[in-house]
Design a protein around this ligand. Sequence first.
Ligand code: ADP
Ligand code: ADP
Ligand code: MG
Length: 609
Amino acid sequence: MRIAILKRNKCQPRKCEYECIKYCPMVQTGAETVVQGGDGKPVISEELCEGCGICIKKCPFTAISIIGLPEELKGEETHRYGENGFVLYGMPIPKAGKITGMIGENGIGKSTAIKILSGLQVPNMGKVEVEAEAKASWDEIIKKYAGSTLQNYFDKLSKGKIKVAYKPQYVDAIPEFFDGKVYELLESTDETGVSKQLVRAFELEEAMQNDIKELSGGELQRVAVIGSMIRDADFYFFDEITPYLDIYQRVKVAKGIKDVLKDKAKAVVVVEHDLAILDMLADYVHQLYGEPGGYGVVTMPKSTNRGINEYLSGFLQAENVRIRDKPIEFSAHPPREKREERSVFIEYDGFEKKYGGDGFVLEAKPGSIEEGEVLGIVGKNAIGKSTFVKVLAGETEPTIGKKALTGLAGSWGGAPQSFDISVSYKPQYIKGELDMKVKDFIYSLKEESSEADVIDVLHPLGISEIEEKNIKELSGGELQSVAIAACLCHDASLYMLDEPSAHLDVEQKVRLIKTVRRYAERRGVSMLIVDHDIYLIDLLSDRLMVFDGEPGVRGEIKGCFEMREGMDLFLKDLSVTFRRDESSLRPRINKIGSAKDREQKEKGKYYYL
Ligand code: ADP
Ligand code: ADP
Ligand code: MG
């Protein structure tokens, strides 16, 4: 079986010569394999196409994919977005009293599946030929799922007999259609009377009197999650819960969903890229594989542990599908082969930074950063992490303490020499307003483009694939990748990435981890990585810097620690414990109050025994 995909946002018929039609060998013999459609864009016939792949190569905008698929998928279509559009195969199955997770890269159909189950998108079973009948009648859908759990589900859904609650992926859009204060929104939608309990659990009391429009991303995300949790529904759908949240908030929200919904025997479906959180939440997972923008296949449900381990290993056994050429491997000990030879790179004195008279204050004890190390940074939002880096970078002066920092370049031979530290910094929030191509933007950063940047940064981060796109059109994950690339393409001695994993899917996180580790090792520079994804921090960091304090009021740097010591300190504050999965060695959050959890807390070993 073969499907032809036209990426409609890439196709630009006014700027090309219809190479897809002109060079098609079938067209040359008189067949209507590729014809001009109503909007000027080509329509490729999947029946007539022979799969030679010439149009793929000839299209100047790489808008066409012709994909060979296993025959088993024939008839398994759930939905297709128009002719030559994305196809979704299969469907996740919600279960009462269970939390079902979905894992897969961006553009693979997770949101589509959730929208179908929520009744927001009527599936067409892949039948798009007749525009007027594009939506397969519910009868047909119900017939197709005859005998399965989904038959009953779609039957009830079509008759309006199922109540669903849905948290959309993009919370940033909420202020556009809700005007008013947080408490007004929550009071007017609270059907179950749990909003107060959740507001307390998610620490949102202080935001209750604020306008929805004034909320920070993290506040908006928590309000949106509560907004759907307080619906009196049978099925709850959450399209990502962790964006903009710090690790403390992530754990609280995950725990809240478990406590409130699961215990009431509700069916919950969650899409999530933070695997530690997904692992903590879900009873089952469906993996999604395929080709982003082309097609996506939803696998059968698997136990969460197996589902995540398989996904990390890159090979789905039951489906016999390889989704990645290399596995993602955790090790019980952080990567530290070169630690012994490493020398101190930057030494900073203690300092204090205060904003205004009674503004936020950060206290930093003296510390040091080693050459070529990746230093993970953990701590709540608004606790001074960015402020610390700005002081290091000399962008802002400390209130008490020495201003300038000096690097010690001892390892390059001879006596340590001091030098000015240059910092390249990727801020936490990035804007996608620039009206220029990705490649023009990247090359505008440097006088000379270097081959090393292409090899070390642009290629591994996948920027080469999107370099023709306009910055304005990028998805959240793509924009993040461009911002990371821009930071790494600057020449500096110290690199700082503030929340690089935000908006990235699992595959993009894998690329980020590889790129950052290799970059630090090859170039001997030091990297500071602030992030809230525990897997990312575990896979990336040589050591850990731990922040503590009260968000928005005061922050304190506890110091730089070996991984285990730092994690113990940090997790103690979070009051969760981790164990290592026996087969994959990935960290797993222990069930709160379980025997392991209690034992580890007693021994003070929060980050596995
Ligand atoms: P995910 O949630 O896994 O990132 P989505 O379900 O949002 O993926 O999208 C899957 C694919 O379907 C994407 O390639 C996207 O471009 C396409 N798509 C999504 N919504 C529409 C739509 N309304 N019309 C046409 N194509 C769409
Ligand atoms: P983090 O990076 O940990 O999220 P930041 O260092 O950005 O935290 O901010 C810590 C606190 O300092 C926040 O409450 C923030 O609002 C405040 N803050 C940051 N920059 C300024 C500034 N230039 N003037 C006043 N307050 C600021
Ligand atoms: Mg999505």
